[in-house]
Design a protein around this ligand. Sequence first.
Ligand SMILES: *Cc1c(COP(=O)(O)O)cnc(C)c1O
Length: 369
Amino acid sequence: MAKIPLVDLKAQYLSIKSEIDAAIDRVIDKTAFILGEEVESFEKEFAAFCKAEYCVGVASGTAALHLALLACGVRPGDEVITTPFTFIATAEAISHCGARPVFVDIDPRNCLLDPTQVEAAITRATKAIVPVHLYGQPVEMDPILDIARKYGLRVVEDAAQAHGAEYRGKRTGTLGDVACFSFFPGKNLGAYGDGGAVVTNDPDIARKVRRLRDHGRESKYEHLEIGFGERLDALQAAILRAKLAHLEDWTEARRKHAARYDALLGPMGIETVQVSPHVRHVYHLYVIRSPRRDALLEHLKSRGIGAGVHYPIPLHLQPAYSAEYKHVRLPQAERAAQEVLSLPIYPELTEEQLEYVAGAVAEFTQTHA
Ligand SMILES: *Cc1c(COP(=O)(O)O)cnc(C)c1O
């Protein structure tokens, strides 16, 4: 069996090569590289995909989070509640606003922000909550929205891993005040470089982010405030448009693979991330837990399988944050960081590859029983 990577971007490119190549040619032919028609069309199409009113294309998922938080009025001295068990960009965006991330522990069953612990973390300085739809599974939003209403807080979804995921029939992008997407190449909808988007039903947030991403301007020569150079570029927008047309099919393929993994690994007693019955999980990652995670990782590597760890260090223990949070203990996040392991999952994964991966996991569990 040839090597099985964690994601296979080449297989996806080959499956739609003529569409991608045509999209790139179209942009170069028009030499319209900054904003313009491709970006506007992508924004309309991605808003429709999310069943939301507005989409603003930006330079990355990190920029999406930063600009969305600013548009929600997050300022120096504010506190923003989020999870420690995520990619560092979630917290960086809060720090870039001059605000302080307040980490609340995760629910060990699904590795998502535990809504029952949010209220206790609220202070007079709290301005917003950033739930992260980690691995592609939406956070339990109803209790979070109730708390946000009660205390007048903004809810900024980190949907960087959750394009098309649903909570009680509503898509990410419409669950809070605003949602942030990443189009990093390996994400469920990935560009051929960096890209991101802010999605919202709030016209004021959309207008504010549109202005901030482009140097604070609404017309060519007038700058209404000090903004940023954080635009989505046209080449990426054209590529994303070509790929967006396939995203529903790709998501269904991911879900089918996950169900197959569940069926193969469940009987072996492998612990998987639990999925709530009222969500549509889009499986950016398929994650299992093992108390012997590092040995399992090595074993899979020896069999040519590109497994990963998302994430080995929770944010309060990262060198960038550890001095400030040295008295903070978040036991569930700390334990998850030692146990989680992501198996290869991508739309083009074949049944044969999937069975090979599950077989390698079985081999490890049998020899270490
Ligand atoms: C990828 C990711 C981001 C950042 O997105 P970039 O496009 O890489 O800037 C933020 N949050 C989460 C949860 C992510 O997975």
